[in-house]
Design a protein around this ligand. Structure first.
Ligand SMILES: [Zn+2]
Length: 252
């Protein structure tokens, strides 16, 4: 393990532009069981009478808003992952000038809460909610505390959480930015995800830098194509890089 940490630290020190992609493993290390994990998916279906793949969709939001928000408030807003050491370590790397961009597919702003600044929330954020008519923004607490469907105070229409639901296009600006950032990277870190990830496959192909690194608890056989593979939770790996020591002098 310590050899791999030394190797990783060397790769990062050499790199002029490092990009991190954060997958669902970042939620797991924060204690969140994914919605699609068998046990949870089953109990959700029992409870609501619909499966996650039916409810977490734009069709369900549009046609059954009351049911949608019942599910959304309980299962999404009611299960926010705790902050782990990964987010703080990434913030230290960023401040030390060793991490230029974070692409997060999760919707919980884990990295921003730890102080990271240059983050692309590829699939949106539960903390951003907007009235589709007047574009007024609402905090997450407004959604959580509303009875039934949260309505805009001015327009009386349902407020939309700005997260990508299944069946919707991912925001095109976010897609373009992700492709550009990966194209610029010397080092690409896949954190809590694998090279087999359906979400990232389409972007990782734009990587033409030096080192591709996978840090994930469970590896996929394609991960052997990475230049470095560390099979562990990122929270057990990233703090060992000790970029916090350099944060003071090299702060940008
Ligand atoms: Zn409105």
């Amino acid at each position: 393990m310590s050899d791999k940490i030394t190797q990783l630290r060397q790769m990062l020190d050499e790199s002029k532009y490092t990009v991190a992609l954060c997958g669902s493993g970042m939620l797991e290390e924060g204690g969140l069981e994914g919605l699609k994990k068998q046990d949870r998916a089953y109990s959700i279906e029992e409870k609501y009478g619909w499966g996650v793949e039916e409810m977490y969709t734009s069709v369900f939001y549009n046609t059954r808003p009351e049911r949608f928000f019942d599910f959304y408030k309980n299962e999404i807003l009611g299960h926010i992952p705790r902050e782990t050491a990964s987010a703080g370590a990434l913030a230290d790397m960023e401040r030390a000038g060793k991490l230029q961009c974070i692409i997060d597919t999760n919707v919980y702003e884990q990295m921003e809460r730890a102080g990271c600044r240059n983050v692309v929330n590829l699939h949106g954020s539960i903390y951003k909610n907007q009235c589709p008519r007047c574009k007024r923004m609402y905090p997450m607490s407004y959604i959580r505390e509303s009875k039934r469907v949260p309505l805009c105070e001015d327009c009386n229409v349902a407020i939309r959480p700005l997260v990508s639901l299944t069946g919707e296009m991912v925001d095109s600006q976010n897609m373009t930015r992700t492709t550009q950032e990966i194209g610029r990277a010397d080092v690409l870190l896949l954190l809590g995800t694998t090279l087999a990830s359906e979400v990232f496959k389409q972007y990782v192909k734009y990587f033409s830098g030096r080192y591709l690194v996978v840090i994930h608890k469970e590896a996929h056989y394609t991960d052997t194509e990475a230049d470095l593979l560390i099979m562990d939770y990122p929270m057990n790996v990233l703090p060992l890089l000790h970029y916090e020591k350099e944060t003071g002098e090299n702060a940008q």
